[in-house]
Design a protein around this ligand. Structure first.
Ligand SMILES: Nc1ncnc2c1ncn2[C@@H]1O[C@H](COP(=O)(O)OP(=O)(O)OP(=O)(O)O)[C@@H](O)[C@H]1O
Length: 237
């Protein structure tokens, strides 16, 4: 029997220099599952996401995405992954359209022109389609980086505090995007400090402290106040 997980993380550890950042992390997600990751500043959340997005090498352990083991040459796997993080990965000297065309060609997206119009519409940036990104506000850049991350309909979407800097409309738009990908059986890992959003959108969650998973829960079994209580308890507050 093959492993049906879309994402499988086994005993994953990461050292940077002499410092241990992540220690024996294990979890797995099926296609279509959404995981929220909570934890205090410096817990190792962003480092975990960098490992999952294959931009950083792990020190030990095993990582499999879509049944493919992630090795140092895992470049081809990046077509299956979308990332929304503090880094927008956008080119300031290109227009919104040119940015999406660049990424779409790199990911070999079929029917690219249609896909570009579709995502631009989804993130509400039709009005500045042909404007240079350098003229965009922070929120507009964030919207475009969401469009960039979902353009190729990735199997695995990784989100690092995606709500930061978004206005109320953009928050609703992002929720729609996440739900839409979820109905298309895409797997999502989201880091957030927003317990309510994290709980609402996910099937399960974990609390990371000092590079270790200290608690794993099923989201539907927790109210917001129960989660807050558990979080404080796990942190020893
Ligand atoms: N390139 C690096 N060199 C040295 N230490 C690093 C590096 N990147 C991260 N760290 C350390 O790893 C630890 C975890 O950092 P990380 O950014 O993963 O935390 P985080 O949980 O995402 O925090 P935050 O909520 O503040 O974003 C921190 O102690 C940080 O100082």
């Amino acid at each position: 029997m093959g492993n049906q997980s879309l994402l499988s993380v086994k005993d994953l550890s990461k050292d940077i220099g002499k410092k241990n950042i992540l220690n024996n992390i294990s979890f797995s997600l099926e296609a279509g599952e959404v995981l929220s990751v909570f934890g205090p500043n410096g817990a190792g959340k962003t480092t975990l996401l960098k490992l999952l997005s294959t931009v950083t090498n792990l020190t030990s352990g095993e990582l499999e995405i879509a049944n493919e083991k992630v090795t140092e040459e895992a470049i081809s796997l990046r077509k299956d992954i979308g990332v929304i993080s503090h880094n927008t990965f956008l080119y300031d000297d290109l227009t919104a359209y040119e940015n999406l065309k660049f990424y779409g060609e790199m990911y070999e997206v079929p029917d690219l022109e249609d896909c570009i119009f579709n995502v631009i519409d989804k993130v509400g940036l039709n009005f500045c389609f042909h404007d240079l990104v350098r003229t965009f506000s922070r929120g507009m850049k964030q919207r475009l980086s969401i469009a960039r991350a979902i353009l190729h309909l990735p199997d695995l979407l990784l989100l690092d505090e995606p709500y930061t800097g978004l206005d109320q409309h953009a928050i609703e738009m992002l929720n729609t995007v996440i739900n839409d990908l979820n109905t298309k059986q895409r797997t999502i890992v989201m880091i957030t400090h927003n317990f309510q959003q994290g709980l609402n959108l996910s099937d399960s969650f974990l609390i990371l402290v000092n590079g270790q998973i200290k608690f794993e829960g099923v989201s539907a079994e927790f109210t917001l106040s129960e989660l807050q209580k558990k979080y404080k308890e796990v942190l020893g507050e």
